[in-house]
Design a protein around this ligand. Structure first.
Ligand SMILES: *Cc1c(COP(=O)(O)O)cnc(C)c1O
Length: 372
């Protein structure tokens, strides 16, 4: 079996977790602050707030930015549902924006059209599969309209564009440490920002509404409990030491896939610049349509190659389709790309021979897509 994704967990990770477990301080010890500083420094942000997962980070960011019932938030049409769910959970409406066929990220021209005809309170960008969106153009455009930008950088820890890291471009950036992301804490998330007041609000909301600066127990808001444990933070700290190594490996493996897939009719995801992609996943679009993609997926799985769809065409997922009545044709580039995507195996245990096996099986499956 060639696995799709395998987290890189080593002895030092296990030891760090063991140490916390034996210390008796499983939550609210010093580990969370250590991990926050490492991620904050990496994302060149003054504040970093660890939370239970990236969805929580995004949700608390929206609450902290004052997104509420009746507001509209621009969101790319191609993403994991969490990106749009958090907007709905604030009572606001996601205004979906079509993607760019080369980068699989929000299309700046489509965003511009949305900003011209719709009053949105916020632009959310996603760095799809760790590939940074066109932040220079989007930042400038959003600034012209006086709208802040929030980065869903769930997959993009370690990516940089023009030397500026993912998470440092917007009013805030949110990272995920789910096992399929560049580094993992099992579940985990982090919000980074240079806005001290936003960071404080997120700290209050993650911990029962407790004032983090007060010595007495002052509850200043109705908060959640969305804290990260010290067990997870210790794992995050040892994982951070491996980030560069893991990203280097992924870039080299992705380059090998790129070469193997040249002239095959398979569409690969292009980065805007060399360091802009950390390849959280290696996602391609196969020729033909969804039926062909689903046939190819089934065939590869039958040959013991674990593959998955890339991610979701959000306006066509059950809830959003029903609620807003979206249909095929509303987002032509997302229709074209999203419904043909496949994530190929990519993890540190993957060998060059494995990659050749994957590509060989993929090309064969595309040639004879009917699955028995
Ligand atoms: C993984 C992911 C999330 C959710 O992260 P969790 O830590 O699982 O909550 C949100 N947005 C995108 C784009 C993701 O890929």
């Amino acid at each position: 079996m060639i696995r799709l994704a395998v987290p890189s967990i080593e002895e030092d990770d296990v030891e760090a977790v063991r140490e916390v477990l034996m210390s008796g301080h499983l939550v609210q010890g010093r580990r969370v602050a250590e991990f926050e500083r490492l991620v904050g420094d990496r994302a060149r942000s003054a504040h970093a707030v660890a939370v239970a997962n990236c969805t929580a980070a995004l949700h608390l960011a929206l609450l902290g930015l004052g997104i509420k019932s009746g507001d509209r938030v621009a969101v790319p049409a191609f993403s994991w549902p969490a990106t749009a769910n958090v907007v709905e959970l604030c009572g606001a409406e996601p205004v979906f924006v079509d993607i760019d066929r080369a980068t699989f990220n929000i299309d700046p021209s489509a965003l511009e059209r949305v900003l011209e005809r719709t009053a949105v309170k916020l632009v959310m960008v996603v760095h799809a599969f760790g590939n940074m969106a066109n932040m220079p153009r989007i930042s400038e455009m959003a600034a012209q309209h006086g709208v802040p930008v929030l980065e869903d950088a769930a997959c993009a820890l370690g990516a940089t564009l023009g030397g500026k890291p993912a998470g440092a471009w917007g009013v805030a950036g949110c990272f995920s440490f789910h096992p399929r992301k560049p580094i993992t804490t099992g579940e985990g998330g982090m919000l980074v920002t240079n806005d001290a007041s936003l960071a404080r609000t997120v700290r209050v909301l993650r911990n029962h509404g407790l004032d983090p600066e007060s010595d007495r127990q002052e509850f200043v808001a109705p908060g959640f409990n969305l804290r990260l444990t010290d067990i997870q933070a210790a794992l995050g700290t040892t994982q951070m030491a491996k980030l560069d190594r893991l990203v280097d490996f992924r870039r080299r493996a992705a380059e090998r896939y790129d070469v193997m897939l040249r002239d095959t009719g398979i569409t690969v995801q292009l980065p805007l610049a060399e360091d802009a992609h950390v390849h959280q996943a290696y996602v391609v679009a196969v020729p033909g349509g969804t039926a062909l993609r689903d046939g190819v997926l089934a065939r590869l799985r039958k040959s013991s190659i674990e593959v998955a769809i890339g991610t979701h065409h959000l306006p066509l997922t059950g809830y959003f389709k029903r609620r807003y009545g979206y249909d095929l044709g509303d987002f032509p580039a997302t229709d074209d790309i999203a419904l043909r995507t496949l994530a190929l195996p990519l993890h540190e245990k993957l060998t060059q021979e494995d990659q050749e096996t994957v590509v060989g099986a993929l090309i064969e499956a595309i040639g004879s897509p009917v699955c028995g």
